[in-house]
Design a protein around this ligand. Structure first.
Ligand code: FES
Length: 349
């Protein structure tokens, strides 16, 4: 299931003083495997200081470009992001999982008016979505509200300016800076007043078909709540979290005792006994079962499985809808078994 492929890095481009874009070379034989939709991500795997480290990064290139590029911002004390920024070079080989993710823009024949709110490295999937929206229909428009600390720290700033020049009448950017006052830009963070200014004032006469939100949880919550308060229906709001929350929900269940866990992955069944206090994915990985995963923080959705018998409870879930949870899907990196037996199926999701 975790079908990683060794890909060579074809280009490393500096985006800002603390972020880079890595472009991978896709051999002809893997072209179909790495076809992607705008907004999806890939998981990278690399040995760093003797340890295997996996991280998920959104694809910033448009599917039409024929390129597979991710933007990686250095996270203070981060492992993968620091290594990628400081050590990865053209010609290096790293393991890459095929694209996944449900934060996608699907092209359609009808004209689409799309708005996006992004903060920091949350721009990466939005880059791909914006290009795809703009090039797929000459009637499409795209409004981007993009928050950063300063212009110099803004990933893909030049590329966005070029895109704005190319689609001058259909692509609008509202820059927002929290540490720098700039002409025609908003000062501060993206907050309720920003959303109201853009939706109820600047673009009050446009009926938007979709809203894409990508960045830290706080921004996503504020923007999404404000849109909903302004009568935007929930099914038009799509979001991708870029950082998990530190706070965990408390579990209703008492987690004493053991569970017999049966795991179906890649048509193979494994049986293990695990402590209920353990997370399902941790127990599975400890037995070297090749289950899919990436962030291990409830953010990326790689580790989804279906519960086919028994029950599990998640400590955190910001990805699965109530309907998906009701039909038995769980994020295994966030789930504890709560019954003596639990069967999960990674194949049927
Ligand atoms: S591994 Fe990313 S959500 Fe579970």
């Amino acid at each position: 299931m975790s079908d990683f492929h060794a890909l060579k890095i074809a280009a490393v481009d500096s985006l800002t003083s603390n972020s880079v874009a890595l472009t991978f070379e896709i051999p002809e034989s893997l072209k179909d495997t790495f076809v992607f939709d705008a907004g999806q991500y890939i998981t990278l795997k690399h040995q760093i200081n003797g340890e295997e480290v996996r991280r998920a990064y959104s694809i910033s290139s448009a599917p039409s470009s024929g390129k597979l590029t991710v933007g990686i911002k250095k996270v203070p004390n981060g492992t993968f992001s620091v290594y990628a920024n400081e050590h990865m070079a053209c010609g290096d080989v790293t393991e890459v999982m095929p694209p996944e993710g449900r934060f996608v823009f699907e092209k359609s024949k009808a004209a689409k008016q799309v708005m996006a709110f992004a903060a920091g490295s949350g721009i990466t999937p939005i880059m791909s979505i914006a290009q795809t929206v703009l090039e797929s229909n000459t009637e499409n428009t795209f409004v981007l509200v993009f928050g950063n600390q300063t212009p110099d720290e803004t990933m893909y700033r030049n590329a966005l300016v070029q895109l704005q020049e190319k689609y001058a009448d259909r692509f609008f950017i509202q820059w927002v800076y929290s540490r720098s006052s700039e002409p025609d830009c908003l000062f501060g963070r993206i907050e309720t007043s920003t959303v109201n200014l853009i939706t109820k004032n600047k673009f009050k006469d446009t009926a938007f078909d979709a809203y894409y939100l990508c960045g830290p949880e706080e921004m996503i919550t504020i923007v999404s709540d404000t849109l909903k308060n302004n009568e935007v229906s929930e099914d038009k709001i799509f979001f991708e979290l870029f950082t998990g929350t530190e706070t965990e929900d408390t579990l209703a269940e008492d987690l004493e005792g053991k569970t017999k866990l049966e795991v179906l992955v890649d048509d193979e069944t494994f049986s293990i006994v695990m402590d209920k206090k353990e997370l399902v994915l941790d127990a599975v990985l400890k037995k070297n079962i090749d289950a899919p995963y990436s962030c291990q923080g409830g953010v990326c959705s790689s580790c989804i499985a279906r519960v086919t018998e028994g029950k599990a409870e998640m400590v955190k879930n910001q990805i699965l809808t109530d309907g998906e949870v009701a039909e038995g899907l769980i994020l295994t990196c966030q789930a504890h078994p709560t019954t003596p037996t639990l069967k999960v199926d990674y194949d049927d999701v």
